[in-house]
Write a protein that binds this ligand. Structure first.
Ligand SMILES: Cc1cc2nc3c(=O)[nH]c(=O)nc-3n(C[C@H](O)[C@H](O)[C@H](O)COP(=O)(O)O)c2cc1C
Length: 439
């Protein structure tokens, strides 16, 4: 009997034992939860038999040190991830009043069963006016907690870790979803369509794109304090919902990034100044410190940044990013998720495979004790492994490829010759031969 049959039998007996009177469990009025009897996380490298080795899978040595780095476990505080693959935060524009919908349950649930070490929920507004669109997620009230908790519980029932990206969209808030035709509708959303054009916040009153994007108010000190408090309150709620990781969104031109960059922060108070890095970094650093104080000590805190504004000779650059990384590391963050861009329409980006990796590598060289993740057109397991082998990052975040292929991580494992745990329900679909030719 093979291991697969063993597992199948256990699942069958579990389902039967839930139904002592012989009634069909599906007839119950409320949906049934299904908890994996063996919640080993999908994506965990498994020992292979001599027979499987003949199909090209790697026989791990005693400590698994000969496995590709992508499939070696990694520990942050009390959280151990079975591999180095992160599902990057991906806005779905499918929330109602900040609440996750069934779309999120299915979307995140399916990703939580497909082998990534960690799934990070999309940018989630810490205040209603911190959403990019009226259909972005939010965690600004306690009432939001149960719908997130349902998703977290499901991910955990599959043995999968799940984080949430907390965000304030700043001057890029109150915009239409990308599903709305940008030819027939404005980007800025008016109040009658669910927007809040009179309450968009930024470091100054300069719009991301005048006449197209909303015009923000230059934030008062009181509003700055409200944002910090809102990040803290949302982190507390994220803990109550059971999330394993919080990631603070300080990238892509949203509020915290717009305070960091000299291109957008020309304030004259202690939170700004085109030539004052300390002042521009203050909002992010104070926010991180305050969140770290309430986020449980055993749970890791990540920060996503844009390492360059892609404006030649101006804006955020490598030196700035390294200094920021040092300060964030000193505050106790566990990982810097290194992205780029999104601040200004003046940016000139030539996107190509691995194009953002050098920015992660730069941080790794300067602050080797701070873990980083690289993201951006990392195509497959081979690309990801190369980045890790070169020491350019510690983890790999994957965005769009997971949307087009939820089994990206399982295929990366096959490509690298690692025999990983599959969802047991899908085990019979696992190709006997590796999916992709050996390297
Ligand atoms: C549909 C979509 C939604 C996104 N939403 C977010 C988000 O909520 N937060 C964020 O930091 N980045 C977001 N991003 C950026 C991705 O996380 C990722 O950094 C980017 O897609 C590059 O990685 P990739 O080439 O693997 O897709 C989004 C990207 C896409 C395509």
């Amino acid at each position: 009997m093979t291991g697969t049959q063993d597992i199948t039998q256990k699942v069958t007996s579990l389902v039967v034992s839930e139904d002592p009177k012989g009634a069909n469990p599906r007839s119950a009025a409320t949906p049934q939860e299904f908890v994996q009897p063996q919640p080993i996380q999908v994506g965990t490298a498994l020992p292979v038999s001599e027979e499987l080795a003949t199909y090209g899978y790697i026989l791990p040595d005693k400590n698994g040190d000969n496995l590709p780095k992508l499939f070696r476990p990694v520990k942050f505080r009390d959280l151990t991830l079975p591999n180095r693959i992160i599902v990057a935060p991906l806005c779905q524009y499918s929330a109602e009043d900040g609440y996750p919908t069934d779309w999120h349950f299915v979307h995140l649930g399916s990703l939580a069963t497909r082998g990534a070490g960690l799934v990070i929920v999309e940018a989630t507004g810490v205040l209603p006016n911190g959403r990019i669109t009226p259909h972005c997620l939010g965690l600004w009230k306690d009432d939001h907690i149960p719908s997130f908790e349902r998703i977290v519980k499901y991910a955990h029932s599959q043995g999968t870790a799940i984080g949430i990206q907390l965000a304030h969209a700043g001057r890029k808030a109150s915009c239409n979803t990308p599903f709305t035709s940008r030819e027939t509708a404005d980007i800025a959303v008016s109040a009658e369509n669910g927007g809040w054009l009179d309450n968009v916040w930024g470091p100054t009153n300069e719009s991301f794109k005048p006449d197209v994007y909303p015009t923000p108010q230059a934030m008062s000190l009181d509003q700055i304090q409200q944002v910090k408090d809102a990040f803290v309150a949302a982190a507390r709620r994220a803990d109550q919902a059971g999330f394993d990781v919080v990631e603070i969104h300080a990238a892509h031109g949203y509020l915290l990034h717009s305070f960091l960059s000299p291109l957008t922060n020309t304030r004259t108070d202690r939170y700004g100044g085109a030539d004052n890095f300390d002042n521009r970094a203050r909002l992010l650093l104070e926010t991180v410190e305050a969140v770290r104080n309430v986020w449980p000590q055993g749970k890791p805190l990540f920060v996503r940044i844009s390492a360059t504004d892609w404006v030649e000779g101006e804006g955020i650059d490598g030196e700035h990013t390294v200094e920021l990384a040092r300060r964030l590391h000193a505050l106790g963050i566990d990982l810097l998720d290194v992205s780029t861009g999104g601040l200004t329409p003046r940016q000139k980006i030539t996107a190509k495979p691995l194009y953002q990796v050098p920015y992660s590598a730069q941080v790794k060289r300067a602050v080797p004790d701070l873990a980083t993740s690289a993201v951006g057109i990392i195509r497959d397991g081979k690309d990801a492994e190369e980045v890790l082998q070169k020491g350019e990052a510690d983890l790999i975040a994957i965005g769009r490829p997971f949307l087009s292929n939820t089994s990206w991580a399982l295929e990366a494992a096959a490509q690298l010759g690692v025999y990983v745990k599959w969802p047991q329900q899908y085990e019979r679909a696992r190709p006997k031969l590796r999916l992709i030719a050996p390297l």
